[in-house]
Write a protein that binds this ligand. Structure first.
Ligand SMILES: Nc1ncnc2c1ncn2[C@@H]1O[C@H](COP(=O)(O)OP(=O)(O)OP(=O)(O)O)[C@@H](O)[C@H]1O
Length: 271
């Protein structure tokens, strides 16, 4: 579904991607994680044809995004982190643009709006940050595209909004559609991910694999004292002691907190 090969991308002299690779097959919820400024938003813009690679190959849903074909935009939706604030209401907006998407359903827009508790007749540019995000989510989810790319979808949202968002995304995934999302709200969102991709400070992919295979590569162990061994790639402190992460296969299949893996691979040792 998404294939990126040898991607090179610069903003002027600033190199963002240097031989970047990514391969996501579809039908799952993919988490894209990385520190501020590594290029997650730029990657979404490249995947949605809003900006073009300097070199390399980008294929999304069988299309080259750079070509900006109509058929490409009918099958995907990209909700950016920085939302626009048109001077129309969400309802006016979907009435106008919804019919461009073959699976758009006005009733679904109304249902999502109701579930989020938003007033779909309120003009976008009068909304608070969290309500604005809920309104845009109701809009883009109503398009019912096979692929959704969501940059920080839970940003500014209240706790109930985040819970509803997780529920909606799981419903969409259960329909066999694909969601690619970036987030810094790792603890709140990690339970959604079928697959996780972690980029480090230099914009390189340091991990990209199904979440249920992580125990083949990592294990955790409770330790009483602060870990000093170099075999411990990250740890977190709690009332039970220190939960240490090792880059070694695990004997048990128990879940490993993604934040520990993220910190271990992006060089922050202590959580
Ligand atoms: N229009 C632009 N012109 C020049 N540099 C840019 C532009 N947009 C982004 N950058 C730079 O490109 C790099 C990647 O930015 P990007 O917004 O893709 O990162 P990000 O991973 O999404 O960050 P965050 O987690 O803070 O949202 C950063 O160093 C940023 O300063």
């Amino acid at each position: 579904m998404i294939k990126v090969e040898n991607l090179l991308f610069n903003y002027g002299k600033k190199k963002v991607f240097d031989h970047f690779q990514l391969n996501l097959s579809g039908g799952s919820i993919y988490g894209i994680l990385g520190p501020n400024g590594v290029g997650k938003t730029t990657l979404f813009q490249l995947l949605s044809g809003l900006t073009f690679p300097n070199d390399g190959r980008v294929i999304v849903n069988g299309h080259v995004p750079k070509k900006r074909e109509e058929g490409f935009y009918q099958k995907m939706v990209y909700l950016p982190e920085d939302l626009t604030t048109p001077t129309v209401s969400p309802y006016q907006y979907v009435k106008l643009l919804g019919p461009m998407y073959p699976n758009y359903d006005e009733q679904i827009f109304l249902t999502y709006s109701e579930r989020f508790g938003i007033d779909y007749n309120q003009v976008f540019n009068t909304m608070s940050a969290g309500v604005l995000r809920k309104a845009w989510l109701a809009v883009v989810l109503s398009y019912q595209t096979p692929l959704l790319m969501l940059d920080e979808p839970s940003k500014a949202m209240d706790i109930e909004g985040q819970r509803l968002l997780r529920k909606m995304l799981l419903e969409i995934q259960a329909e066999g559609r694909t969601i690619v999302l970036s987030t810094h709200h790792l603890r709140e969102m990690e339970q959604l991910f079928d697959h996780v991709t972690i980029m480090n400070e230099t914009g390189h992919v340091v991990l990209s694999q199904p979440v249920d295979t992580l125990t083949q590569d990592f294990r955790t162990e409770w330790i009483d004292v602060k870990p000093t061994s170099t075999a411990v790639i990250s740890y977190e402190r709690s009332s039970r002691g220190y939960l240490a992460l090792f880059k070694e296969p695990s004997d048990s299949g128990s879940d490993i907190p993604l934040e520990l893996i993220y910190n271990g691979l992006t060089k922050r040792k202590e959580v």
